[in-house]
Design a protein around this ligand. Structure first.
Ligand SMILES: [Zn+2]
Length: 506
């Protein structure tokens, strides 16, 4: 599904012409959605959602716009997922039914891109969006929520259902320096717009369902309202078998949303401790949490969103007691994305090494390899092995393997699609399930940071990490900027060599 790139993409990923350089043009287009107002109606029997989405869009550039690009993941997601999990999902689909403007009933022409149907072009040529002006785009859409155990769709248990409403809201694509970022969407790789926007969401669902999301959530019977500021992405979950365990860590309100399925008591107890240790660790290593609340939802996949994450709880309801130490690392990883992804943004497709690298390094090499109350608790409940020792041993083994992969290469650019694809081919990664960028983004960028820490020493390395956080808090980081911060902290030959091996910069 992700293999068909758009015409502009091959060029935009080319190693020697980074497309995110400013267009050499006096007129620069710049457009963003400042806010989204979303009305969701959830059909919990039919496993389907309808939505009316109003986007408040501003033209901040110096060029009139005669088209807008939207992203609607369900166009690609739903057919792909039902081809993988056909049972119970026959005939499922998704559609945008209308696009209108400024409260009028006049339909704007729109069409999915032939190469990547998640990309929808809206034609404004009859009345371009002029410089300095704004418009309200109203998009009516629906999607089936396929039955599967994943990060999107309907998860079915004997005790009830969980609807994971993620990657299913139409949004305005990202534009930088006059260029639309039209990179392909894929199943495994995220490619979201990193700009911040405010959200006002209403969800209609039967009152037997608990609805959770980011920011302030108020449920009154069948209607739930969600108000949240400065989100890079929206995720909403609804379940009739969910409980919420609320507590605080360092003044942050944490909602630990658990399913009343399987080993509920151990899930609640362990997840609460995991969350506590994860927040304490990231605050200590990186800086304060930038929101006043966070929601962790037990589901069937691991994924980060702004102010919310989902964590796979199958360990607790499928009864297989294995990989107990991994539970900790997965949860800490998704919490870590609140610092690198949500607080510090970056384009996940082109520069995924930033959020995945910092998060993976801090999680796997630092936090999971420290003594913690969580790992002690895991050892008491599942005394099959020592979780801390297992994590440390695994980390050493993984690092040796990754360093081995890079022997003989004269560069391995974390921000070049070509390099990532070449190493994926060497490693024989299944293209259909794993986007070629996925594994390198997580592993090799974490290796880069581990080698940097060895070269710089702990103190300077963490000063660099905190500097990146403070510089790009609620902004969008890029490779060039991070390189500059790094060299301000340490411009030794060893660090410069690592930079020129891993980063393609100007
Ligand atoms: Zn991640």
């Amino acid at each position: 599904m992700a293999s068909s790139a758009l015409p502009g993409c091959a060029q935009s990923q080319s190693a020697d012409t980074p497309a995110y350089e400013a267009a050499n043009n006096e007129q620069v287009a710049s457009v963003r959605a400042a806010s989204y107002d979303i009305q969701i109606s959830l059909d919990t029997d039919g496993n389907r959602m309808e939505q009316v989405v109003e986007m408040n869009i501003n033209n901040d550039g110096s060029k009139d716009l005669d088209a807008l690009y939207l992203r609607y993941y369900p166009y690609g997601y739903v057919p792909f997922l039902i081809s993988e999990w056909p049972e119970g999902n026959e005939g499922k689909s998704a559609a945008i039914t209308s696009v209108t403007r400024d409260g009028t009933a006049d339909q704007l022409p729109f069409a999915s891109d032939a190469g990547d149907n998640t990309l929808v072009k809206v034609d404004l040529s009859d009345s371009p969006l002029k410089v300095g002006e704004s418009l309200i785009l109203q998009v009516n859409a629906w999607t089936d929520l396929p039955i599967l155990r994943g990060r999107f769709g309907t998860s079915v248990f004997d005790e009830g259902k969980l609807f994971s409403l993620t990657f299913c809201f139409p949004y305005l694509e990202y534009m930088k320096n006059g260029e639309w970022y039209l990179d392909p969407a894929s199943f495994e790789l995220e490619n979201r717009n990193p700009e911040l926007a405010d959200y006002h969401v209403t969800v209609e669902a039967p009152d037997t369902f608990t609805v959770v999301g980011p920011g302030t959530v108020q449920q009154d019977g069948t209607l739930t309202t969600i108000d949240a500021k400065d989100l890079r992405s929206l995720a909403v979950f609804a379940s009739d078998c969910m409980g919420v365990d609320a507590f605080e860590v360092q003044g942050i309100s944490i909602s630990n949303c658990y399913l009343n399925v399987g080993d509920v008591e151990n899930y609640r107890m362990l997840t609460r401790q995991y969350l506590t240790d994860a927040f304490d660790s990231f605050i200590e290593l990186v800086g304060p949490y930038h929101r006043d609340c966070f929601t962790m939802v037990e589901g069937c996949s691991n994924m980060e969103f702004s102010g919310v994450a989902i964590i796979n709880g199958d360990f607790f309801y499928d009864g297989e007691v294995e990989g107990y130490q991994d539970r900790f690392a997965h949860l800490v990883h998704e919490v870590g994305h609140q610092w690198f992804y949500d607080a510090v943004g970056n384009h996940e497709y082109r520069e995924g090494w930033i959020d995945e690298g910092f998060t993976s390094y801090l999680t796997d090499s630092e936090i999971a390899c420290r003594d913690s109350e969580s790992l002690r608790m895991v050892g008491e409940i599942y005394p099959e092995g020592n979780a801390l020792e297992a994590n440390i041993a695994e980390r050493e083994m993984v690092r040796m393997g990754l360093e081995g992969d890079l022997v003989g290469l004269d560069h391995y650019y974390l921000n070049s699609q070509e390099d990532k694809e070449s190493i994926s081919t060497v490693m024989g990664i299944e293209r259909e399930f794993m986007f070629p960028g996925q594994l390198p983004d997580h592993f090799y960028s974490a290796l880069f940071l581990a080698q940097l820490k060895d070269a710089m020493g702990d103190e300077e390395f963490y000063a660099f990490v905190r500097d990146v956080y403070e510089t790009y808090l609620q902004k969008i980081a890029d490779t060039e900027g991070i390189k500059q911060i790094l060299l301000e902290h340490d411009d030794s030959d060893e660090v410069k060599e690592l930079v020129s091996f891993y980063l393609l910069t100007s």
